[in-house]
Design a protein around this ligand. Structure first.
Ligand code: ADP
Ligand code: MG
Length: 724
């Protein structure tokens, strides 16, 4: 009888993987940093003085660039890129798929006479015209209007992507319909940056601080899994859905906690070093790497940058992590939940506000109770998060992230803010009528003279909080590992701009009557009375918190289907319209697109689950049943006792029947979905299709535990997670 050997082949190949490189790896960070990006300094050196002066105004102050300057910039870029061996350029943009898109044009067009014309002018730099019809538009663009425009974002540096056979220049661009409606992530991000800038400058002026510009800063920590490619290509679910749709829990998962911060396996370290080198060369300041909680899970974190550049760099980071992984025989899994029963992956979005001169507006300093400017901005963020919990939740809502939020491991679906003991105490003081002191952090005595006294942070960490104040920034931890950081950042920028606007108005109105200090204190007290409901320093996973949050009236939107409809509520449409971040149509289009994506992703999962169950699991179980049945027959003939084989036969056969029933039910549930609106479909998927799919999984996972190992076709968890 033929046995399934392909899984064993994979195992053997994975175990004997050896590197193709010869140990001539070089990494002089200072020499290579930014060599594949044309930094502002680099551009300055290549531009005539007057052109640079205008360009700088555009970059720093957001002034409109004239076409003559664009011509000079285009020339400089082309020279830089071609000197480095690039032959093509592309407008690099971020459609609402969440991925990036590009269409390449050559710098040089060969002509009939055997010569070649060089083509890349200011016009080509500023504007591109890719066919937009294959990108999601959510009704913004009727199909007969295929036109879409890409528009150069001069504030984000261009960069080179390399391939062994050539290079091309990537120009970060925005992407819009021909009516100027945003079809991408960058456009609203840039708009929100502008609104936040205006309101924060206005607030700072009240505090007597002059600055040219204020911007949000972002540093996004990226979690991911690595598995050997040999396994990946034998798992149709990983290939199509990005996560395992079936698979029994291994006897040993993350229970021993020995992977977190453990020493990094050699092959993984080699991979990380090369990925980081590529990121350095692109001018992306990566800083930290370590093992994460689950086996096979890792993390990489950069140094923060202005949010627009950080968002571009984050997309690039994902691209590079995936690309380099293949060189090391790995597949880099960015899905929020590749493996059931193990921790999922997130992207911690660290967010703050900073002046152009580098003053962090969320830096409390040594004695926050005396730092009224800090308390003002800090309260504004809390208030914004309180008022717009729904939007923060929407900004992280997608099928993959539903496996984390609400499940007992990642931040819960209730949006709350951890602020630590010191700031909690200051809020209490404020509400009790006076600010007297700040709880000091002090020194951490380690009880032995050989170890130095360490300065203690004023607040401990709280891993369960979805939105935590961590020293001098907020950390939005509920963001999904696979998603773009843009929209969560757009939401943060916009809701904080709104609160700053309202705070400023109130201060300005009361300035004469009360004087600045009194007006400010009154404002903070008034706001915090209600806003502090969002503050929660305890255990976000506990039952008690669910109850307490309900009492406080906080939202608990457990799934994407629950969260997405909030996007188009009047409060939110008004907000985005007022701060010129998205118009009503753009808001609605996003609701449509993300709902469609939710349904599409789940449909892919259902189809793949069915295919695996029917074409891989069923046959394996049937073969085993045959073998068991033969054993039962033969032992009987020989007059031997055969209860073991007979019991097993019964167990496996019953399990196969259960699988058949679960599959029938899944098909039935799905067949009822036709003709519904997208909103209804989302709810049906959540309430009926997902549970039916989970039943199929349960039946498959049961069979995995009982079917002969050499018949089981799918690489199992212990192999994927522990073989490196
Ligand atoms: P931890 O998560 O352990 O507190 P760090 O303090 O090193 O780690 O910071 C984590 C991330 O937060 C890094 O990407 C870092 O660049 C980013 N970060 C630090 N300060 C800011 C800031 N002011 N604005 C945005 N991100 C920041
Ligand atoms: Mg963190």
């Amino acid at each position: 009888m033929p046995h399934t050997t392909q899984r064993y082949d994979a195992l053997a190949a994975a175990k004997s993987w050896s590197p193709a490189y010869k140990g001539d790896f070089k990494m002089q960070i200072t020499e290579i940093f930014g060599e594949n990006t044309l930094t502002l300094e680099g551009l300055k050196a290549r531009l005539p003085k007057s052109a640079w002066a205008e360009m700088k105004k555009t970059i720093v102050e957001g002034a409109v660039l004239n076409i003559k300057v664009a011509d000079s910039v285009a020339l400089a870029m082309k020279e830089w890129a071609t000197e480095k061996g690039a032959t093509h350029y592309t407008h690099w943009f971020q459609p609402l798929t969440g991925a990036t898109a590009e269409k390449h044009d050559s710098f040089i067009t060969p002509n009939q006479g055997g010569g070649a014309v060089s083509e890349f002018s200011g016009k080509d730099l500023i504007q591109g015209e890719p066919d937009a019809s294959s990108f999601p538009s959510g009704g913004l663009r009727p199909t007969f209007e295929a036109r879409g425009y890409t528009a150069w974002d001069p504030t984000s540096p261009v960069f080179l992507i390399e391939n062994p056979n050539g290079k091309y220049l990537c120009i970060p661009t925005a992407f819009a319909s021909w009516k100027g409606e945003a079809l991408d992530h960058k456009t609203p991000l840039l708009r929100s940056v502008e609104s936040l800038n205006q309101q924060a400058m206005r607030a700072l002026a009240l505090f007597g601080v002059q600055t040219k510009r204020v911007t949000a800063t972002v540093g996004a920590e990226q979690e991911y899994f690595l598995i050997d490619q040999e396994f990946f290509y034998r798992r149709p679910d990983l290939m199509t859905a990005g996560r395992t749709l079936v698979g029994a829990k291994p006897p040993r998962g993350q229970e021993l906690d020995d992977h977190y911060f453990g020493s990094i396996p050699d092959r993984v370290l080699s991979y990380m070093l090369e990925a980081e080198r590529e990121l350095y060369r692109l001018g992306i300041p990566v800083k930290t790497r370590h093992n994460e909680v689950a086996p096979g899970q890792f993390e990489l974190a950069p140094i923060f940058e202005n949010c627009n550049i950080a968002a571009d760099h984050q997309q690039l980071t994902m691209i590079i992590l995936k690309k380099i992984a293949k060189k090391y025989g790995f597949e880099c899994l960015m899905h929020e939940k590749p493996f059931d029963g193990l921790n999922g992956s997130g992207k911690h979005l660290n967010w703050s506000i900073s002046t152009k001169e580098g003053m962090n507006l969320l830096e409390p300093g040594e004695s926050p109770h005396e730092n009224m400017q800090f308390l003002f901005f800090f309260t504004a963020v809390l208030r914004a998060a309180f008022k717009h919990q729904d939007l923060l939740r929407v900004s992280i809502a997608h099928a993959g992230n539903d496996h984390r939020l609400g499940a007992n491991e990642a931040p819960p679906a209730i949006i709350s803010a951890y602020i630590g003991e010191q700031l909690e105490d200051i809020i209490k003081q404020l509400l009790n009528g006076g600010l007297k002191n700040s709880i000091k952090s002090g020194l951490l005595g380690l009880g032995t003279p050989v170890l130095p006294d360490l300065p203690k942070h004023a607040g401990d960490r709280n891993r369960t909080s979805p939105f935590a104040f961590t020293g001098n920034k907020f950390e939005f931890r509920a963001v999904g590992s696979n998603q773009s950081v843009s929209f969560p950042t757009v939401v943060l920028n916009t809701i904080v701009a709104e609160t700053l606007d309202e705070f400023c108005r109130e201060l300005e109105n009361n300035l004469e009557k009360k004087g600045f200090e009194k007006a400010l204190k009154d404002l903070l007290v008034k706001s915090l009375k209600e806003t502090r409901k969002i503050v929660f320093n305890g255990d976000g996973y506990s039952e008690d918190w669910q109850k307490e949050a309900k009492k406080r009236g906080l939202l608990n939107l457990k799934t994407t289907a629950d969260a997405l409809p909030y996007l188009t509520h009047k409060k939110n449409v008004d907000l985005f319209e007022k701060y010129k971040v998205l118009n009503e149509k753009e808001v609605h289009s996003r609701y449509e697109i993300w709902s469609e994506q939710y349904v599409t992703n789940l449909t892919i999962e259902v189809d793949t689950t069915e295919a695996i169950a029917k074409t891989m699991v069923y046959p394996a179980a049937v073969r085993y049943i045959n073998e068991l049945a033969a054993a039962v027959r033969d032992t009987k003939k020989l007059g031997l006792k055969n209860s073991g084989a007979a019991d097993m036969l019964k167990t496996v056969n019953n399990a196969l029947n259960d699988l058949g029933k679960a599959l029938d039910n899944l098909a039935k549930v799905q067949s009822k979905l036709k003709g519904q609106t997208i909103g209804e479909k989302c709810v049906e998927y959540k309430d009926k299709v997902i549970p039916a799919m989970n039943d199929v999984r349960d039946a498959v996972d049961f069979l995995e535990r009982y079917t002969a190992d050499d018949y089981w076709p799918l690489p199992v968890y212990r192999e994927m997670l522990f073989v490196k």
